[in-house]
Unconditional design. Sequence first.
Length: 179
Amino acid sequence: MKTLLTEEQLREGIRRMADEIMHYYADRSLTIVGVLIGSVVLLADLIRLLEIPLRVELVQARSYRHGSTRPGPLVINTDLLSSNIRGRHVLLVDDIFDTGRTLWELIPQVDELGPVSVRTAVLLRKEGRCAVAIEPDLVGFDIPDQFVVGYGLDYGDLYRNLPYIAALESDELAEESSR
Ligand code: 5GP
Ligand code: MG
């Protein structure tokens, strides 16, 4: 396992994201919608830096099968949204933008619920992977195309609790070696 972003680097990046969010949403009724499960660590750190009124909501999007680094079918659950987002400005917060499929499919579903705007913020974006016609509005860090874990991101449901971001080496990716 190789550290890609240290705790210190993450802190600085999230500070930059928070400053941009506060600037943009200063006079807008903001609802932050975290995408479970990967965004929980980012969400907790990010919202505590935001000194503006905001609501926090969650949705769930799953595409990774247990123990796999390759996406399976995408399942989205917006039923977790507990308060009305009609008339509010929604910022979707996710851990990583890889192919972009998750946010690409999530945005129209959230849009159907009547918010004034829907924008996206991700901690990480993988270089050269985008397969859809959108890019995130706010990106913490661009990273090389490697499978990463930590700070909310898992491999086989493990590693989410690491306080830094690390890339798994090929011998640590069981399934990859048998490709
Ligand atoms: P996308 O739909 O953009 O291809 O993928 C987004 C989702 O796939 C992320 O929210 C995350 O759950 C998962 N994902 C993509 N790349 C990685 C990665 O390098 N590591 C981990 N742990 N999950 C990833
Ligand atoms: Mg995810």
